[in-house]
Design a protein around this ligand. Structure first.
Ligand code: GAF
Length: 401
């Protein structure tokens, strides 16, 4: 029998206070403020953001905190409560080669915003990071780090960025500075999410629309299982899938797979010679269509009224990610299968895959029992004990104090 307790994120204002205290202990003076940004789960719309697709993520209650102060220097000094690596660098001379590890996700944001920072003013700052988004769990701890940094930098240097500018700066930090060629879903969710809502995201232009997502009042819950199967994005598999999807678009003669009419799927797929590329295309095109259907069901009434159809879309998404996109691992499949056997309405992996987390749409009263079933299945297979949370739709990035 595995352990199946539901863990909770630290309470936000207490966590912000802790970050301020850590700053003071480390730098010897009080910070100017504390900013934070959340991790996310993607409810549906996986591996489509880099093909101009549609996604439906939501911010979770786990956040990354950045306590920071502006200094009358040009030094960027970074420290973290989770990692001993520190950075102390001339902020005018940032380069991807000079900064590695977690500091690249913070320094990269300052670098991405460089054209907005006037040459004359100093840009020195001290930042203490306290990341409470579980690391390597596929819950976007790196986007939370970038987005918390973007909020702090905006307020400390008064750059006049809007939320979408900060999303773009965080994306640039990740792709051009930290060197992970991800697609923008995570940063959008971290900055633009609203409490009590999921975020309908069109990755073609990063336009968004909040979608009410209040499961608790309908006695439902979204159970997150962090399978503890480690994943990494800088890893070639993600890049390989992205390249496959580009090959698919090229074979179909369209700029992106978003431009494909799902009604013509079968005829179009027949035009792709490579069997693997054909399956990759089928995933992306059908997944974008599933997001449209999911969104339409949510618009048609409360989740409770369509819970079986919504669950079926989650299941179909997982199937497609497992069979056509091949981004699952045994732990993800087991968590999904055991959640369904324990009575979940639907379940799927969430995030980039190759490890990380799953989500399951469950009756609120069943969340604990479903978690226990998953934990037991993991124990029986000799897998590491998973960690369980509830996905509570939270507020995007902002200032805490
Ligand atoms: C990761 C990436 F960072 C996102 O951009 C997205 O592609 C996701 O995997 C898959 O949907 O989280």
């Amino acid at each position: 029998q595995g352990t199946a307790e539901l863990s909770a994120a630290p309470e936000r204002s207490a966590a912000a206070g802790r970050a301020a205290q850590l700053f003071e202990e480390s730098f010897g003076y009080a910070p100017d403020g504390v900013w934070s940004a959340p991790g996310r789960v993607n409810i549906i719309g996986e591996h489509v953001d880099y093909q101009d697709g549609l996604c439906l993520p939501m911010a979770i209650s786990h956040r990354c905190f950045a306590a920071a102060a502006r200094t009358p220097t040009n030094r960027l000094r970074l420290r973290s409560a989770q990692d001993e690596t520190v950075l102390d660098i001339d902020a005018r001379e940032l380069s991807a080669e000079a900064v590695t590890g977690w500091p690249a996700y913070v320094a990269g944001v300052l670098w991405a915003l460089r054209s907005r920072i006037s040459g004359a003013s100093t840009r020195g700052m001290d930042i203490m990071i306290d990341g409470q988004v579980p690391l390597g769990a596929g819950l976007s701890s790196s986007a939370a780090l970038e987005c918390a940094a973007a909020e702090a930098i905006e307020d400390l240097l008064t750059l006049g960025t809007g939320p979408l500018d900060r999303v773009r700066a965080a994306i640039t930090a990740e792709t051009d500075f930290a060197g992970a060629s991800t697609g923008g879903l995570d940063q959008s969710a971290s900055v633009l999410s609203r409490e009590g809502h999921a975020l309908f995201l069109d990755c073609r232009d990063f336009s968004t629309r909040p979608v009410p997502w209040d499961l608790a009042s309908q006695d439902l819950a979204l159970l997150i299982t962090d399978t503890r199967a480690e994943h990494s994005h800088v890893d070639g598999e993600y890049t390989a899938r992205r390249a496959d999807s580009e090959r698919a678009a090229q074979a179909l003669g369209v700029p992106t797979l978003r431009d494909v009419d799902p009604g013509e799927l079968e005829q179009l797929l027949a035009c792709i010679d490579d069997e693997v590329v054909r399956r990759r295309a089928r995933h992306v095109i059908t997944e974008i269509q599933r997001v449209r259907e999911f969104d339409a069901l949510l618009a048609a009434g409360p989740v409770r009224e369509h819970v079986e159809e919504l669950g079926a879309l989650l299941n179909a998404s997982h199937h497609s990610l497992r069979e056509d996109y091949e981004v699952t691992v045994p732990q993800l499949d087991l968590a999904v299968d055991s959640a369904r056997e324990a009575g979940a309405h639907g379940a799927r992996m969430t995030g980039g895959g190759f490890g990380g987390s799953t989500i399951a749409l469950v009756e609120a009263t069943q969340a604990q029992a479903v978690a226990a079933e998953i934990a037991a299945a993991f124990a029986a297979q000799g897998f590491e004990t998973p960690v369980f949370f509830l996905a509570l739709p939270s507020e995007g990035a902002g200032q805490d104090r």
